[in-house]
Design a protein around this ligand. Structure first.
Ligand code: ARG
Length: 486
């Protein structure tokens, strides 16, 4: 349709090379709605007639319900939709739809509408997954487990504490995405190809009709920039790395050696050959697909970095990276939520692992500190106790006064005090006495759970409000259209 300046048509191979039509199915509806708002604005500003607006809007409306034929030879969805509108509305009216806009502002508009919807979906999925973490935490405030650093047992903790940590990680992902929305939800429509238009359009009115918070004002910026895409995909890449780490924990904990948890059958895969296998393939794929999202971010950044200002066709390539990023993250979140809700937690195994090592060493040192001994000295005493216990192959609370006398003498600490402390500290007493803000102690769990439940509810209200604002704008647009075409 656009090739009047050019002599020959594209060969099939070149058309296939240049066309984005297959990627564009994801933005077809946004393109139609954006075109409707633009057309309505043209009419309201006396740029086209009532007869024109009616015909164009009816044609666009009818396209909402049909499967667009992508094999028509169009270079992209914008060309295809305009061609179909002209076919239905006639050239005299349909030919006016593209007045005062360009595919450059159009595609930027469509991508922004798609990403803002995806952000809302992902924000809701995040809150659902966080809710699943917190509700599981509620049931595991007494479930003792080892906490790890370097994947070596470090301190005794609670499973709820682990789950709440992951909830906080995902809250930050939520907050980042929620903030990104405000950069995305700005309308580029009416920027034209790059420098604006001589036709007296009203950009503010189309922005409002489409539920945008404002405009990308500068027409060069509006058509050139994809920083909002990079920002969105970067936020999702961070989110995915977080999901990947949770997946890795669960993969390790579901090994026979750990057996802390067991994944529900529907989130595991068998082996084609080893009948006993129950593999955590689904979580492995979250880990694997995270790489794909990071790859998408790299593809987007490397596409943008060398582009001269103004639209360049390279920008067409980044669309599929956006779709893939959204799809992966939405599925990963939905799946993780269901995994959490169906997870079998082996409390006994977790507790046993916490009991069978020296997780109370720091607690012993801290108890001595509370008796006025400098921490560096108590660290030495507790370390020696662990060493002696290992040598004599017994737990620390079974050491005799004779066995501890050397370290007591060296550090000038009363051996009876050491004996009293090693005999009284257990993993449970450790968790009772752990009171610091945000710690793994018993008391902190309840407070954090209550706080996070409130936070989920507040965040839900915010997302719903934002969702409703957009729906309201689009509903208004739809009523205006129906009024005109009825
Ligand atoms: N299919 C193009 C894309 O996705 C639409 C914009 C084309 N603009 C142009 N000046 N060739 O980016």
């Amino acid at each position: 349709m656009y090739r009047s300046r050019l002599g020959t048509d594209l060969s099939d191979i070149t058309l296939d090379y240049v066309s984005s039509i297959n990627d564009d199915s994801q933005i077809a509806l946004y393109d139609i709605i954006g075109s409707q708002a633009h057309t309505l604005m043209l009419y309201e500003n006396q740029i086209i007639t009532k007869n024109d607006v009616k015909k164009i809007l009816s044609a666009l409306e009818s396209l909402k319900n049909v499967k667009l034929d992508v094999s028509s030879g169009a270079e992209d969805i914008h060309e295809l939709i305009e061609t179909l509108v002209i076919k239905k509305a006639g050239m005299a009216s349909g030919g006016k739809m593209h007045t005062a806009r360009s595919r450059n502002d159009q595609v930027a508009l469509d991508i922004r509408m798609k990403i803002r919807d995806d952000i809302d979906i992902i924000c809701n999925c995040l809150l659902d997954t966080i809710e699943a973490l917190v509700s599981l935490a509620k049931n595991h405030q007494k479930t003792i487990m080892p906490l790890y650093t370097h994947l070596q047992q470090a301190q005794v903790g609670l499973f709820s504490h682990y789950l709440l940590a992951q909830a906080d990680v995902l809250f930050r992902d939520f907050e980042r995405l929620y903030a990104t929305f405000s950069h995305v939800n700005q309308s580029p429509l009416g920027a034209g190809p790059v420098g604006g238009t001589s036709i007296a359009i009203d950009r503010h009115s189309t922005a409002k009709m489409l539920g945008f918070d404002g405009l990308v004002e500068n027409s060069l910026d509006a058509t050139s920039t994809r920083d909002f895409v990079a920002e969105y995909v970067a936020m999702i890449a961070i989110l995915m790395t977080n999901l990947s780490r949770i997946s890795e924990d669960f993969i390790i904990w579901s090994t026979f050696e750990f057996s802390f948890i067991e994944l529900a059958d529907e989130f595991t895969s068998p082996s084609s050959v080893m009948p006993q296998k129950k593999n955590p393939d689904i979580l492995e794929l979250t880990r694997g697909k995270t790489s794909e999202v990071i790859g998408n971010l790299t593809a987007i950044l490397t596409t943008i970095k060398g582009l001269a200002s103004g639209y360049g066709r390279d920008l067409q390539q980044i669309k599929s990276s956006i779709w893939s990023t959204s799809k992966i993250s939405i599925s990963a979140l939905l799946i993780l939520k269901s995994i959490l809700l169906t997870l079998h937690v082996n409390d006994k195994k977790m507790k046993k692992a916490a009991e069978s090592s020296d997780l109370i060493a720091l607690d012993i040192a801290e108890k001595l500190v509370q008796n006025g001994i400098p921490f560096r000295t108590t660290h030495k005493i507790a370390g020696s106790l662990v060493h002696i216990a290992h040598l004599s192959d017994k737990p620390m609370n079974k050491l005799s006064i004779k066995e501890i006398s050397k370290i007591a003498h060296e550090t000038k600490v009363n051996p009876n005090l050491i004996m009293k402390i090693i005999q009284s500290i257990t993993i449970t007493s450790s968790l009772k006495e752990r009171k610091s803000f945000g710690s793994s102690g018993y008391d902190e769990q309840k407070r954090m759970i209550e706080d996070r439940i409130k936070k989920i509810n507040n965040y839900r209200i915010n997302v719903t409000k934002r969702d409703n604002d957009i729906s309201k704008a689009l509903d208004n647009l739809s009523s205006k259209i129906n009024e005109l075409i009825k």
